[in-house]
Write a new protein. Sequence first.
Lengths: 273, 387, 292
Amino acid sequence: MSKKLVVNIIGWIFGLVWLVPFMGVFMTAIRPMDELLNGWWDFSSFHPSFNNFYQAWNHPTAPLSRGIPNSLIVATSATVLPLVIATMAGYYLARYRFPLKKLVYIVVVITLALPLQMVAIPLYEMLLKMNLLDSYIGLILLHTAWGTPWITFFMRNFFTTLPPQIEEAARIDGASDFKIFFKIAFPLSLPAIGSAAALQFTWVWSSFFLELITIYTPERFLATQRIPLMRGVYHVDWGVLSAAAIMVMMVPILVYLLLQKYYIRGMIGWSMK
Amino acid sequence: MKKLAFVALLLVAVLSFSKLVVIGPWAGAEQEKFMPVLKAFEEKYGIEVEYKVYRGSDLLKTLPAQFKAKRAMADVIFMWGWFIQDQAKKGNVVDLTGLIDENDFIPGALDAVKVNGKIYGIVYTGKVKPGFWYRKSFFKKHGLQVPRTWYEFKALLEEIKKIPGLKAPIASGDGVGWPLSDVTEHFLITFGGPWVDRDLIEGNLKWESNTVRYAMGKLVELLKAGYFGEPTEWTMALKQWWNGEYALYFMGSWITGMVDDPEDLGVFALPGAKGVVFAADYAFIPKYSKHIEEAKKLIKFLATEGQVIQVKQGGHIATYKKVSLSDYPVVDREVAKILQGMEAMPDLDDTVGGVFQKTFWDQLKLLWVNPDRLDEVLEVLDEKMPK
Amino acid sequence: MRRSKLSHFLFFMLPALILIGTFVVYPSLRTILLSFFDEDGHLTLKNYVKVLSSRDTINKEGIARGEFPLGTLLHNAIWIALHLPLTIIMGLILAVILRKTWGGNLLKTFVFFGMVMPMIVGGVMINFMFDANVGVVNAFLRLFGLQVKTWTAHPETALFSLILGSVWLWTGFSMTLYSAGLETIPKDFYEAAAIDGAGPFVQFFKITVPLLKPITVVVATMTLLWDLKIFDIVYVATQGGPGGASNVLAIQMYNYAFIEFDYGKAAVVAVLLTVFTMIAAIPLIRSVGEEK
């Protein structure tokens, strides 16, 4: 019995290391700055309000009221597009023989390890020439290209676990290969697509480096780009910053909480190729 | 058919002619203070103007590439002086010599946009970094006096240090790094003379020179004695200073708009300072603008009449001499007066810009917490100065 | 497995290949080329010499005096040397202990939040935790009467506070993988060991640790890659400062490319970084190579 208590105590001590900072950010976000000068744990006066959230939403230089919709547009497009493209490619790799397959695998794995810095300069110049710099189309294309490799691999792994018998039966019935993909394989792969979508969406949402080098117009800034601006040159207010941090992290956290099962499955599938 | 095409062409020409595009760094509340200026121009000349917000650091990434392609995203662009000079040397900027009279502006104000005696940009209003701010009530309560010599200043700091409950005599505003660079520049100008600032900018003086080392030594002396507090996010530091946790705070003139009771504010420069940093905004016309003549009208308006309107909105100090003290809101008059007795210096790191500015800010953060490492800091600064 | 017709290849594969070719493979090769040429288009090793002899990369004086900055190369190495073992150990401990803790799943969710949130926000959280006035770390130290300071503002502690913060952010990853791994270990193993008289510690080291080894390899590889690519956290928390004391390769590359506009030097840093990530990815590449 006492052993169990010890385990519980240790568990909660560790747990508090994670809980307390989140609590701190929350407390900071709901209190006015004057109450924070001696730390958020000082409750000698306590006036909670949503004022900081309101201010972060309507921030004069970096309003989240623009950033969050922007990020939603980009993250949604950059999730749907690579999913379609990569599901097809993954299916193909799982079902068809073709020369140079191994090379494709290796390129895919190398891409997983490649830092974005390796492509930053040429991509910047390329987008500039294509007139796609400072545009969402360019950014979505980049995210699509960088999401495609891992999703392809992820979907290939899924399709190899799917027994081919159903598809063979359909083929005997005279269905074309394309029809088989859309009518049979695609619907069967929806759970895997869900996992990949949950991950890809949160990653695009959280992405910062690509945005930093491609998007310049303040109105077009994504949510993540607005965070450094809020602690930027002209005004730093821990309360507003914390409120903004909570709003920006809320979206991926909600995705995670709602799709927990898919998310974890995707996480494990992504890393354990 | 031909007629139709002609009409269409004419229509396109007229439509594309109707709007000037201005790019400036002001967003939010600052933008609201700028819009009346543009509105006055529109009313006076009947030329429509569109305003777009771009920060300098973002323009830095897009403009050079666009100029290379002989395109321009706006007709009048507010940007750092060093950038305008740099682009002028590359032939991407319209020569404005003769458009405005240099004598109408405070001395030295146009230096940052001159190349070989020609003027490539206009100077707009700006912000002054006059010195150490204090609360009159705080000084009164503790019986403190504004110092007249360096020794009095040190004695004052020592006296303040003895006040119980204080974090440190001087608050160190941090953030990106400019509040520290403002203080440093004030020391350089005071102990090296106003010319040090210009010589450093032009690369005629090394950071490792004795002059700079002497001036920086004065700052290091105070840092070592613990008179400066730990770098703290500058708005946080402002609150703490106002609440009496620090006695002095070095800040620009915009501080008047950030405190509850501006009447209680007092300010003094380091004893012996003969110059004060005046960070003005500059604007230029890119050579690839399609409406250069209209843009010239606008840029001239901004430099002259525009300043009067801008100053009335508060928080800005004019560079145009014909703006009179009565044009300012009351709180800004004090600051405008300080400027009258001193030489206006360009902001050092804003003028040099680029990688140097970033390094300067970063190295000062190091110096503030480790004043012993002055030699190393100066060495790195020399290394990162543009060659 | 079926033979492929050209039409199949074109339909299923081509879009993916075009995208990867245009936005991943081609620019990577171009960066390699960039690193070997000077502004006038001559083949040269000058960029490499410049970067490797720069105090940004390896700061000999700093190393000699044992003072930060030591240079980005060493900072990244220190990051790995601390972050990798801490992540593995913390993840494993949390996975094992929280399984038996009341409310463990709730706590696990919070630990995992660290890696679900954008790393830009993560950087702000680190700033916040280590701040002298509002930081919880300092509040804790104050309880013991210790001197407080803003940890990220001092050269001797800036890098370490970022690393500790990144452990806090990333442990959720290893914990989750280990948690999933623990579910796959049959209970009988432990029961059999208990009958043989093995205590919980012996069980942990003789059963849990060896059986989770494949997961450890994955965690280690992914963590290594993450450490090497670290950018957002540093960018928002310290910008690599003070005085470059917490600078890392990814930030150095960004500064060279987009602030100094020296593409040659930036390309060299990118290539170096890529070489390291490729070495880290060897187990990954090998596992794919072995597949049929």
